[in-house]
Design a protein around this ligand. Structure first.
Ligand code: SF4
Length: 540
């Protein structure tokens, strides 16, 4: 492909730039409170913990801080910040400590999660709280290292572990969410699939790891650029790793958004995508030509095999390709993409003896000359927005269900079932539901027939009385990220007044029961998915 370059092109320029790193941290310090996130708080420096009572108080503070960050990070997965703030505040009011959460009833926890979606997250948090409080080593305090967090706390993956380790404990741990993957793919000029290509994902995580280690070693007040040697020095815990990780995430959610606002970005000078866009803007006459000579193309042996072909550059003239244009040795295209090769290549301080790169690929970030026009910034953003590679989404699966509300004549209660503890809407309550096997050919008539058969089988199996079809209340569409669900709601009346059964049978209604008869008020208070709650609103 054109836009050819060597592997060294993807070495983060911010690694060479103490000033660039400082610029991002300073920017974050100026905006960190703008979105009023209640979980963003000052770092607790454990080095200041004294003996005696003070040590006990500090440990409690640390426990609470780790708990707060953990809950916020889990809630923020798949949910917008603005929506999470109220949930987080209510959660902390209800269970201020991890010990309080560990003592909660499972239904209470699910109920507090209602509306956030992905309910298995709530179940796992609750399970994890019990484990962390019951463990003789942890005693309510989450571990500080990424490895221990991942190994000991259910539901905590390397992203959440990195966030807790860096933000709470000041460790130099990377935290890479979807927004950070986008920012880094642009900073590194890496045009790959950040969702599924493991080699691309590994390189971005490795870049984040090296960057957070570099920031952890930056000495405040020392503005000299120096290339950190991550093999030699040990980082001391500080607030810098946490601020840095949050700065990258904040940049990705407010500035380096899908169509980036590069004019407001504090790290343009280290951004490969920005630099390439700038070259295109110059070519189109939207930005002034540089006064310094451009680098000449140079042969290299270690060609990048991570980036996918980039059509925009393929159409350009040879002399207007980005300044890192290189002639690629064909034999290198099949070079191994193993992580070992990538790691050893990208992040060493000097190029290997068998590889030559252009001068600019080893450049350090410097302040960008300003004065670009809005049209030039637009051209830059239009180029940068192409990163990372867009991959067609998988088709959303479609499913239709019959939702059958069965009302008991004697007391007006409805039957509800609990969903399995694993999978979609795990552990939530629902009206009895049946998945249609051939939804494409279903009609109102066949759905009524199937609903009647399903309910008859259900009450027969429970040895209950006769059941009568009441009405069809229509359909409720509901969209999950991977599933388009249509719920057809039908109402039935169970006649249990002639002694035909219908009372609470063995195994129902007690602690741990999988099905219950509940009155309207009680069902209002049960933990239910939002789509099912809409069905219930039609019924009651
Ligand atoms: S693409 Fe633009 S906003 Fe994103 S990091 Fe680069 S310069 Fe900043």
């Amino acid at each position: 492909p054109k836009r050819a370059h060597g592997l060294a092109y993807h070495r983060p320029l911010l690694l060479n730039s103490r000033q660039g790193r400082k610029a991002l941290l300073d920017w974050f310090d100026g905006v960190s409170t703008a979105r009023n996130m209640p979980w963003r708080k000052a770092w607790i420096n454990q080095a200041t913990v004294a003996d005696g009572d003070d040590a006990h108080n500090r440990r409690q503070q640390l426990e609470r801080r780790a708990y707060e960050v953990w809950i916020s990070e889990i809630m923020l997965q798949q949910t917008r910040v603005a929506a999470v703030i109220d949930y987080w505040n209510r959660w902390m009011e209800r269970w201020p400590t991890i010990q309080d959460l560990a003592k909660a009833e499972p239904d209470e926890v699910l109920s507090a999660w209602r509306g956030l979606g992905y309910y298995s997250r709530a179940t796992r948090i609750h399970e994890a709280a019990k484990i962390v409080c019951g463990d003789a080593d942890m005693r309510g305090l989450l571990p500080s290292s990424v490895d221990e967090l991942v190994a000991k706390v259910p539901g905590v993956g390397r992203y959440t572990a990195g966030a807790i380790s860096a933000i709470v404990f000041g460790r130099a741990a990377p935290m890479v969410d979807g927004n950070v993957l986008r920012v880094l793919s642009r900073q590194l000029g890496l045009f790959g699939d950040v969702k599924a290509d493991k080699a691309v994902i590994d390189v971005l995580w490795a870049a984040a790891d090296h960057l957070v280690k570099a920031i952890a070693r930056d000495i405040p007040g020392d503005d000299e650029d120096k290339i950190p040697n991550i093999e030699e020095e040990e980082e001391q815990p500080s607030d810098r790793p946490g601020r840095w990780g949050q700065a990258l995430m904040e940049l990705g959610s407010t500035v380096c958004i899908p169509k980036p606002n590069c004019a407001a970005c504090p790290v343009t000078s280290s951004c490969r995508a920005y630099s390439e866009g700038h070259q295109l803007a110059i070519k189109k006459g939207l930005a002034p030509k540089p006064t310094t000579p451009q680098d000449a193309a140079t042969d290299i042996e270690d060609a990048c095999t991570l980036c996918k072909p980039f059509e925009e550059f393929a159409d350009d003239d040879e002399d207007t390709q980005n300044s890192n244009t290189v002639e690629v040795s064909k034999q290198q295209k099949s070079k191994s993409r193993t992580q070992t090769t990538l790691q050893s290549f990208y992040f060493t301080q000097t190029s290997s003896t068998t590889t030559t790169t252009t001068t600019k690929s080893k450049r350090t970030a410097k302040s960008e000359p300003g004065g670009l026009s809005p049209a030039a910034f637009d051209a830059i953003a239009n180029h940068a927005r192409k990163f990372p590679l867009k991959v067609a989404k998988k088709a959303v699966r479609e499913q239709e269900t019959l939702v059958c509300a069965i009302r008991r004549s004697s007391d007006g209660r409805y039957l509800i079932h609990r969903r399995p503890e694993k999978g979609l809407l795990a552990g939530l309550w629902e009206l009895p539901s049946y998945i249609l096997t051939e939804p494409q050919s279903s009609t109102a008539k066949t759905r009524k027939r199937d609903a009647e058969q399903y309910v008859k089988d259900l009450v027969d199996a429970k040895g209950l009385g006769g059941v009568k079809y009441v009405s069809d209340l229509g359909s409720v569409p509901w969209l999950f990220s991977h599933l388009k669900l249509t719920m057809h709601v039908h109402v039935f009346e169970l006649d249990d007044r002639k002694g035909g059964g219908g009372g609470v049978e063995s195994g129902e209604d007690g602690e741990g029961a999988r099905s219950r008869w509940r009155d309207v008020k009680a069902i209002d208070d049960e933990s239910m998915g939002t789509g099912m709650r809409k069905c219930w609103a039609l019924v009651k």
